[in-house]
Ligand binder design. Structure first.
Ligand code: PLP
Length: 460
């Protein structure tokens, strides 16, 4: 966090200059190092994996925006679906049992691609709302059965959003999100996550005997299993740096949840919708959660949207009771229309296969060409969720100075790569997670630009 692009370093047109000034006067940017801070980069257009700024310069969208742009920019099918829906009906809400056609049709379609059994949905406008809803649903599930199980076990370093509940579920690991807004809400408990490149137990996989997932059981037991509602985590860590777990992690975690009778909530906001080479991240290990949270790729970012899927176990408890939760835009038909069009493309174009194929190619090039570089401490990924550890020291994995990290970000922009500032867990991960429609040729172009930038890094 805290890395920003310095302004005023390049000549820009009067129009761009005005836009930047108005931005600074009026906009509060999310997660920027200073309120009203504009990076000096104003994006105007997008097509495929490319973005274009107000000066006409093109960038490869190397992080798929914030991980939402799975299908690339400017998809006509989605745009047409949105226009058609807006023309028919912009909105009828879904409170008090009311409905609208697109919401029902989308729910039916979504049930065809979610893991079997996870086919009851609550809709909302994004990931944070979906996470908050999942937390409430998990607590409600137990309280309706007369149980006082309300604690949520999450990961240090996990990210679930920045609304109320989702901040409490994210922040303890990531410090900055709690700065100045404390105290932390009670009932959010944190366990270390799986990160083999920088194991908190200082063990090596596989000799570690999966200490991280065994420790999860200990955390739950220490809290008192009778008080824990759910374990909520990301199948592949997203904002921590696109970090996949060892293959044993989730099957063991599922057994732990079953043994202690707690719900498993999979936050698939980043890992859902083809990115890991499967439609949903947990499908890589044949694990089914009780509650699954979706957003971002659900509409490929064309319209804000999110969803919570619950399995029959949870549904049977909830269904005959009042549910005093919802948002004005729950089941928004325009978002459902965009998401229907997106879903059709995911299935028709077999994007899981492209993500797996292109991801494998990136990993091969990282192994052969990037790993030997002095500043590359390691890399890992699954499908097109990939991160490279860019470090000052290969052995200690200490981070580069913020100034050097900034300069890498600048050079990437200069050469036409828009990723994210090097951050993630330990401030070392460079995100390589482009849209899943990217071709091998486009990926090679991206890596050909990136390689000399990383090769030239001098840690001091
Ligand atoms: N969950 C995960 C795993 C995320 O990565 C994010 C956002 O990055 C969220 C939840 C929150 O989503 P939103 O920003 O749409 O509220």
């Amino acid at each position: 966090m805290g890395t920003t692009l310095n302004k005023g370093e390049k000549m820009v047109s009067k129009r761009t200059e005005d836009l930047i000034r108005w931005d600074e006067e009026h906009i509060i940017h999310p997660c920027a190092s200073a309120v009203g801070h504009n990076t000096g980069l104003v994006i105007e257009k997008g097509h495929g994996v490319w973005l274009q700024d107000t000066e006409g310069k093109q960038y490869i969208d190397m992080a798929a925006g914030l991980g939402y742009c799975v299908l690339g920019h400017g998809r006509k099918e989605i745009i047409d679906a949105v226009v058609e829906q807006m023309t028919n009906l912009e909105l009828n809400h879904t409170f008090f049992g009311l409905s609208n056609v697109k919401n029902i049709e989308y729910a039916k379609k979504l049930a065809e691609i979610t893991p079997e059994g996870l086919d009851h949905f609550f809709f909302c406008s994004g990931g944070s709302e979906a996470v908050d809803s999942a937390i409430k649903i998990a607590r409600l599930y137990w309280s309706l059965q007369g149980k006082n199980k309300w604690k949520i076990v999450c990961f240090h370093g996990g990210f679930h959003g920045l609304s109320g509940g989702s901040t409490w579920a994210s922040s303890a690991g990531n410090g900055v999100f709690m700065e100045g807004i404390g105290p932390q809400a009670p009932g959010f408990i944190f366990a270390p996550f799986y990160y083999c490149n920088s194991c908190v137990f200082e063990l090596q996989y596989p000799e570690c005997n999966m200490q991280c997932t065994r420790y999860l059981a200990k955390v739950i037991e220490n809290e008192g299993v009778g008080t824990v509602a759910a374990f909520m985590a990301e199948p592949v860590m997203g904002n921590a740096g696109q970090i996949p777990p060892p293959p044993e992690y989730w099957p063991i975690a599922r057994k732990t949840c079953d043994k202690h009778n707690i719900l498993m909530i999979a936050d698939e906001v980043q890992s859902g919708f083809t990115k890991t080479g499967k439609m949903f991240g947990l499908e890589n290990w044949g694990v089914k959660p009780d509650i699954m949270v979706m957003a971002k790729g659900i509409s490929s970012g064309y319209v804000p949207f999110g969803a919570v899927a619950i399995n029959d176990r949870v549904y049977q408890v909830l269904k005959d009771n009042s549910f005093w939760h919802g948002y004005t835009y729950s089941g928004h038909p325009v978002a459902c229309a965009a998401s229907t069009a997106a879903l059709n493309i995911y299935v028709r174009d077999k994007l899981t296969e492209n993500a797996a194929k292109v991801g494998k190619h990136i990993m091969e090039r990282l192994e052969a060409e990037f790993k030997p570089l002095p500043c590359v401490g390691g890399f890992s990924g699954l499908g097109l969720m990939i991160g490279i550890d860019i470090v000052a020291d290969k052995t200690t994995k200490s981070p580069l100075s913020p100034a050097i990290r900034d300069s890498i970000w600048h050079q990437m922009l200069e050469k036409g790569l828009l990723s994210r500032p090097i951050a993630g867990y330990g401030d070392i991960r460079l995100f390589v997670c482009p849209p899943c429609v990217i071709t091998l040729e486009e990926v090679d172009k991206m890596l050909d630009i990136l390689l000399p930038i990383i090769a030239a890094i001098k840690p001091s």
